[in-house]
Design a protein around this ligand. Structure first.
Ligand code: HPA
Length: 273
């Protein structure tokens, strides 16, 4: 058996020995959804460092966990904490939990992140539904032997973000009078933020926002046939000519401020999946 499949199988067996239910929806909590687990009726939590084959966290005091629970009867598994390529994990490690989610029953994956805005109409604190992405500045997680059990060698990427979920989310936002943009997310490795010239380049290439996560997770999810929905909080603006020093603190502050809006949209979307 292929090494990755074998690891996924072992990991799923361990998780099942602690929690037997299938989870229909997977959620990756990035910025913007940090408090999302408060919305769930939690049934089981497992720390990443207890789960065989899960990457070991490099960030001190940043203990991630898998949270299993229900939202009005829908079974959900949440990754509270994700793995970024810039932290030094291999790209296979970054996407490993997404593959595990598939084997836990997940059919729809919802992700959030913080991103730098490069669309001229965007402001700090805005929300953007991701309608497409550009992944060419990142490492493709499907490089290597194709895992035929998971999906095809050359997966189609014409609709990585499910149109039906996008339309539902837009309607939900409109009904709640929450302003949302729709746009193209450009994935980069980080960890340095972009130079002014790089932000301009990203805009020229058709990007609306730029960030250091999500695209690898989405590629493996689409490879496995999952439906995907993703949203960004715009935490800084990259292309203004004024002074715009960007700090991690500023990103965290703006993401937290936008949380109630994103949480409201995602909660209702899950009920309608
Ligand atoms: N660039 C890349 N990643 C980010 C940014 C940014 O400006 N803001 C938040 N994540």
């Amino acid at each position: 058996m292929n090494n990755i499949i074998q690891k996924v199988t072992e990991t799923v067996a361990y998780i099942r020995s602690h929690y037997k239910e299938e989870s229909e929806i997977g959620v990756v909590l990035g910025s913007g959804l940090g408090q999302f687990t408060n919305e769930l009726l939690i049934e089981k939590e497992i720390a990443y460092n207890e789960i065989p084959n899960f990457p070991v966290s490099t960030v001190q005091g940043h203990q991630g966990r898998l949270v299993f629970g229900t939202l009005e009867g829908k079974r959900i598994v949440v990754m509270a904490g994700r793995f970024h390529y810039y932290e030094g994990y291999s790209i296979a490690d970054v996407v490993f939990p997404i593959r595990v989610m598939k084997y836990l029953g997940v059919q729809t994956l919802i992700l959030s992140n913080a991103a730098g805005g490069v669309h001229p109409d965007f402001s700090v604190g805005d929300l953007m539904i991701i309608k497409d992405h550009i992944s060419q500045f990142t490492i493709n997680p499907l490089i290597g032997l194709n895992l035929e059990e998971l999906g095809p060698r050359f997966p189609d990427m014409s609709e990585p973000y499910n149109y039906e979920l996008i339309e539902k989310a837009k309607r939900i936002a409109h009904q709640r009078q929450i302003e949302v943009h729709e746009g193209v997310y450009v994935g980069v490795t980080g960890p340095s933020f972009e130079t002014r010239s790089e932000y301009r380049m990203i805009r020229l290439l058709g990007g609306d926002a730029v960030g250091m996560s999500t695209v690898a997770e989405v590629i493996v999810a689409v490879h496995m046939g999952l439906k995907v929905f993703a949203m960004s909080v715009i935490t800084d603006i990259g292309i203004r000519e004024e002074v715009n020093k960007i700090t991690h603190e500023e990103v965290l502050k703006e993401a937290a401020a936008a949380e109630p809006k994103m949480t409201a949209i995602v909660k209702q979307l899950i009920l309608e999946v």
